[in-house]
Design a protein. Structure first.
Length: 166
């Protein structure tokens, strides 16, 4: 049976290129391309969601640290008896609160920038997925079928059937 296939592989190759490949491109490839697009969009969204989650966790930890430092300084100020020490600790607490507020503003700005980057990345993922094309050609020079994705310089050479493939 396999000898028969090897003997008539050129005929099968021509049938593949002439009938099966156009049918595949018309009926199957659009579905595959749609799934690839969905995958790109999903992965892009997941990457940004996880980064945002990590960033929020880190920011909350930093804010908690700043808040506890401010509370600690306020506690020292309330326990101090020397007016200079009270003022010093209140000033330290105020610096920590200002640093915490500055951090919040920077984080809000960073979140907006991150959202813009996410939108740009999603659009780029959609564009990349929609630009994917397939081309199957019978290269007469080397007598091999090649599969080309987009305008890539290196087409994928499809293997010829061998007796090992039985």
């Amino acid at each position: 049976m396999f000898q028969f296939l090897l003997k008539y592989s050129k005929i099968f190759k021509n049938i593949l290129i002439k009938y099966v490949w156009p049918w595949f491109l018309e009926h199957i490839w659009p579905e595959i391309k749609e799934r690839i697009s969905e995958l790109f969009i999903y992965l892009t969204g997941e990457i940004f969601a996880r980064f945002k989650e990590w960033m929020n966790k880190r920011n909350n930890e930093t804010e908690d640290t700043f808040s506890s430092k401010a509370s600690e300084a306020e506690q020292k100020a309330s326990e101090a008896t020397d007016q200079a020490e009270i003022e010093k600790q209140k000033a330290i607490a105020q610096v920590w609160r200002e640093a915490m507020e500055m951090l919040r503003r920077q984080n809000e700005k960073l979140e907006k920038e991150l959202e813009e980057m996410r939108e740009e990345s999603l659009n780029e993922a959609k564009k990349t997925a929609s630009d994917i094309t397939l081309d199957l050609t019978d290269n007469e020079d080397d007598k091999k079928l090649t599969l080309k994705i987009d305008d890539s310089e290196k087409p994928i050479t499809l293997p010829e059937p061998t007796e090992k493939d039985q």
